[in-house]
Write a new protein. Structure first.
Length: 233
């Protein structure tokens, strides 16, 4: 489909739904869901009517790519880590290691493959997460210690739909490695959010009242996390 001289390819999926729906995925693809009886002309009219939304989302993802240029985990690529720009450098070495020095992340490997570079980069994220998330928990735990008798155990892993999750029954909080690309104040917001689930498992008014006691500007932080880093989950 062409709009004002620019070609916009899109993916169409027909479903048993009543209305046309549109999203822009993390790869900047336009994805449309529509009832099977809607003609292509009307679908493309719908896309044009939503072009402001589409262009805004594409530009947002372009900006994110400028901040996080990470494709092959090799020399010259970069990421944002807790608000700092980190450049990646690969080097051959006698043993496998990952070293962060002066805002350069050295991936040192005996065998140079993308699989190995990615594996050791992800190990670096998990190790960093255990330290960073642990420090944030130490900061907030005293405010919850009357309710939570023992400090929760922190696990770190990549998650596709959540920034974090809490399991009060097992006294465990799981944090997403993707959070390490965000600044510290947003990491702290997510940790406080999960600790509040020890009081309220749902997202009721009572839950948000408790969260506001700990993070008064949680609405602003929630919005900034979604708008700036939401592409990562």
């Amino acid at each position: 489909m062409t709009y004002q001289g620019t070609t916009y390819p899109y993916f169409l999926k027909t479903k048993g739904i009543k209305n046309v729906r549109l999203t822009v995925d993390k790869d900047k693809n336009i994805r449309v869901s529509a009832p099977s009886y809607i003609p292509i002309r009307k679908i493309e009219d719908f896309i044009i009517d939503n072009m402001g939304f589409i262009e805004k989302n594409i530009e947002k993802r372009n900006e994110i790519e400028r901040l996080h240029n990470l494709k092959e985990y090799t020399t010259g690529e970069h990421i944002m880590r807790i608000g700092d720009r980190i450049t990646i450098a690969y080097k051959e070495f006698s043993q496998n290691r990952v070293v962060l020095e002066d805002k350069t992340l050295y991936i040192l490997l005996t065998e140079n493959t993308e699989e190995n570079r990615k594996a050791y980069f992800e190990k670096f994220l998990k190790d960093t997460g255990k330290r960073v998330f642990g420090e944030v928990l130490d900061r907030y735990y005293p405010a919850f210690s009357q309710r939570i008798k023992f400090k929760p155990h922190i696990t770190v892993r990549q998650m596709s739909t959540k920034w974090g999750s809490a399991n009060p029954a097992k006294n465990k909080i799981t944090m997403n490695t993707a959070l390490l690309f965000a600044p510290m104040d947003l990491i702290a917001y997510v940790m406080a959010h999960e600790l509040c689930h020890y009081y309220h498992l749902d997202h009721s008014k009572a839950f948000y009242k408790k969260l506001a006691e700990v993070v008064p500007d949680y609405k602003e932080k929630r919005k900034r996390l979604k708008n700036t880093y939401g592409f990562m989950i």
